[in-house]
Design a protein around this ligand. Structure first.
Ligand code: BGC
Length: 391
């Protein structure tokens, strides 16, 4: 691993946001929400989930899939009411085998193979002869036709599996379940992971109305009281941002140049690569793209040498501050007078594990978001309960 040059002066000034820049991000984000909701051109897709917030008394046994991009987790969840649940069974598997046996995330893999893999993971969770309703957390931008039907707009997080973009993901899942003899499992809901996190948080806490993922990817949703539905903003695609030359270089070399600019500055999939690009510009020997992971930055922050720790802190702090600024934009939109209590629920390894990240965000916001771990699995079960109660 390259040793950073000791002088990070240029990087420090380029990566440090001024209060004016943060205020501008918040204001532009709010304007982009308004434009997106009105159907005008906007980096924010503002996708309706067709789901309102739960009351906390939804009950029953549901299957849940949490398909995030790095791993797939399957769960059998019992909603107990009173804001409580139990995960009765669960398992998780990477979409890309670390030993190289398979990789369902690349263009050489097909949607059928990917969803067959998911169906195979679900099979051990179910009892023979029983019907199940399933909620599917699918963490990519989708046009939602109703609570159970969503069409993938485009892959993010550098995934490129063939034959899924433009398709209805629960139809692909149902076909895979049928191929495996699991037609008694009915996928009735499909949600974004931010929506799952919000549903799980609101199941226990009526003031939860914003949720975000700060993990491999980044995105935020909120409950739009005027419309009676949770809106997945796909905020990772927000782009009115103070970018650096390293951000532009990362973007140009990515799967989808121009897309997901906030995500490429703020999410775990990319923070290590930003560090690598800064180091290369500082004259460090060049390592291959993506050879530095966000976990390396976390390790540097925990106990790295001076320059490394400094660089990791700059990149992590910028991420937390950018995301906090977008939250300020959301709050200004949904509650301009600042009259109500709002719980912001956040899930994701970056928020949970990066030293100082949660603290920076709390300081930038003036109040602490709550860590809502593993909400997307339970959120899928809640979504299935909500969708089933409408039928
Ligand atoms: C996806 C979002 C998702 C986020 C967090 C982004 O890449 O576009 O749909 O919510 O990652 O997983």
């Amino acid at each position: 691993m390259a040793t950073p040059a000791a002088d990070l002066t240029a990087a420090a000034s380029a990566l440090t946001l001024t209060p004016e820049q943060e205020a501008a991000v918040a204001a532009r984000f709010r304007a982009a929400m308004v434009a997106g909701l009105a159907g005008r051109p906007s980096p924010l897709k503002m996708l309706s989930s067709h789901l309102a917030l739960p009351g906390g008394d939804e009950r029953g046994l549901y299957l849940a899939i949490d398909f995030g991009g790095s791993n797939v987790r399957v769960q059998l969840v019992e909603l107990l009411g009173g804001g409580k649940w139990l995960v009765r069974r669960q398992s998780a598997a990477p979409l890309k085998d670390p030993a190289g046996a398979y990789d369902y995330t690349v263009a050489a893999a097909t949607g059928e193979q990917l969803f067959d893999f998911l169906a195979a993971r679900i099979a051990p969770l179910v009892d023979d002869g029983r019907d199940y309703l399933l909620g599917h957390t699918f963490s990519f931008p989708c046009t939602q036709l109703d609570a159970g039907r969503a069409v993938l707009i485009s892959w993010t997080k550098e995934i490129s599996t063939a034959g899924v973009e433009g398709r209805e993901v629960n139809a692909l899942l149902a076909a895979a379940l049928a191929r495996r003899g699991l037609a008694r499992i009915r996928p009735v809901a499909v949600i974004n992971d931010t929506v799952g996190t919000l549903l799980a948080a609101a199941y226990r806490d009526p003031s939860a109305d914003i949720a975000a993922i700060c993990g491999t990817g980044h995105n935020t949703c909120y409950y739009d009281a005027a419309r009676g539905t949770i809106i997945n903003m796909e905020s990772g695609n927000f782009d009115a941002l103070p970018v650096t030359p390293w951000d532009d270089a990362l973007d140009a070399a990515s799967e989808h140049p121009g897309a997901q600019r906030l995500e490429k500055m703020a999410a775990g999939r990319y923070l290590g690569e930003i560090a690598r690009l800064v180091l290369a510009a500082e004259g460090a020997p060049t390592d291959p793209p993506y050879s530095l992971a966000t976990a390396d930055l976390a390790a540097w922050l925990a106990d790295g040498d001076g320059p490394r720790r400094r660089l990791a802190a700059l990149i992590a702090e910028r991420s937390a501050r950018l995301v906090a600024a977008t939250f300020r934009g959301v709050l200004a939109h949904i509650d301009p007078g600042g009259k109500k209590k709002h719980t912001i629920a956040i899930d994701g390894t970056l928020y949970e594990k990066m030293p100082g990240y949660a603290g920076t965000m709390a300081a930038a916001l003036g109040s602490a978001p709550v860590l809502a771990k593993d909400g997307s699995g339970v959120g899928a079960a809640i979504a299935a309960a909500l969708a089933a109660s409408r039928r």
